[in-house]
Design a protein. Structure first.
Length: 369
């Protein structure tokens, strides 16, 4: 019997409630699967709550726990907009080289959506692009100096706005990073019986960054003759996904486009409440829901635990606990399809008095295994 260690990042807002619901469901799935292993959970903290006492949203103790464990299941964490600390999620991705963000978007019977039978997987590059965090603030002397330097080097295009009132973000796209993420997408497709990989870019405009992504993707695709490949411009891809999502299978994108289109695809299947996520790389794997921490509902036993529980399902697959992962996904699907023991947001009427809480929905999923 395999034994796994998993860091359980409790998050903030509704995070601790969701973490507990997911932990219980994962343990129940392992118990229900003959020959499955066991998990030793290592709870740890990150986010705005622990920042008040530790002075940082990502304490060194949490970093070390993640480093020491086989995988990490992370509950939602609040990231302030505009000011405050940078994203804990981004910090973990960069610190542990979690270069691949895996975002399955799958239809479940009982989830309200304009679409049915969606089964897409987005593979997003996690460490480069505009999210690398290389930014220069407007009004700073160094920023104006950088703009002047860029304009001296530029042969045709220049930054024409006032250097003293302009912010700059750098968009690095590398051959190594692109080859790594596109290879991940093709390997995932082959391992999971997927038939096609679509690589997405805007190379008609950004010829030296997205153009590089396109050319490297074409090179990688040649090594997978058994997998169909194609390219799409990112703006056209948005339209295609709304009009003809059934034509797509595995989609691989640079960081920014992946962030945007993964939410679009979540909308195809009913929203972020049913959209799990995984961040996988050379030095670890972190599994997380893609929605926020909903701090206004903290402690109310109200929010939908599905995305965090399905992220636990992805973690089980990563740990090679396939039978337990199947049991967990099937139980989630049964509870949603029945429509009885689900949270308010999954009811036809959000004011339906029969809606259950976070804890009760988790208990229904456990009972369905």
């Amino acid at each position: 019997m395999a034994k796994h260690t998993v860091a359980l990042i409790l998050g903030d807002g509704t995070g601790p409630e969701l973490a507990e619901a997911a932990r219980r469901c994962v343990d129940a799935a392992l118990a229900a699967a003959p020959g499955a292993g066991q998990i030793e959970w290592k709870p740890c903290e990150a986010g705005v709550d622990v920042m008040k006492t530790a002075g940082t949203p990502l304490p060194e103790e949490t970093i070390q726990t993640v480093r020491d464990c086989d995988a990490t299941l992370k509950a939602p964490i609040t990231t302030p907009i505009g000011t405050g600390f940078r994203s804990v999620n981004v910090a973990l991705r960069q610190m542990f080289q979690l270069y691949a963000c895996l975002r399955p978007c799958k239809s479940y019977v009982g989830v309200r959506s304009k679409y049915q039978d969606i089964d897409l997987v987005l593979v997003r590059e996690n460490t480069e692009d505009l999210y690398a965090g290389v930014e220069f603030e407007s009004g700073q002397a160094g920023t104006a100096e950088l703009i002047e330097h860029i304009n001296r080097l530029a042969t045709d295009k220049k930054i024409k706005s006032d250097p003293a009132g302009t912010g700059v973000s750098i968009k690095p796209i590398s051959v190594e990073g692109t080859r790594r993420i596109v290879t991940f997408a093709f390997d995932y497709a082959r391992a999971n019986g997927r038939k096609k990989v679509t690589y997405v870019h805007k190379a008609n405009i950004m010829k030296y960054t997205d153009g590089l992504f396109k050319s490297v993707a074409e090179e990688v695709a040649k090594g997978y003759p058994d997998i169909e490949s194609e390219e799409r411009l990112v703006d056209n891809m948005c339209m295609q996904l709304v009009q003809k999502p059934e034509l797509y299978d595995v989609i691989v994108l640079p960081n920014l486009y992946g962030d945007i289109l993964s939410d679009l695809c979540a909308g195809l299947v009913g929203g972020l409440g049913v959209a799990p996520g995984a961040n996988i790389g050379a030095k670890g794997a972190v599994f997380e829901a893609t929605h926020g921490s909903a701090p206004k509902y903290k402690g109310l036993n109200k929010v939908n635990p599905t995305a965090v529980i399905l992220s636990g399902m992805l973690m089980l697959r990563h740990l090679k606990e396939t039978a337990a992962a199947d049991k967990l996904e099937q139980a989630v699907a049964r509870v949603i399809a029945e429509g009885k023991s689900v949270t308010y947001d999954m009811k036809a009427d959000r004011n339906d008095p029969t809606a259950v809480g976070t804890r009760e929905m988790a208990e229904a999923i456990i009972a369905a295994m």
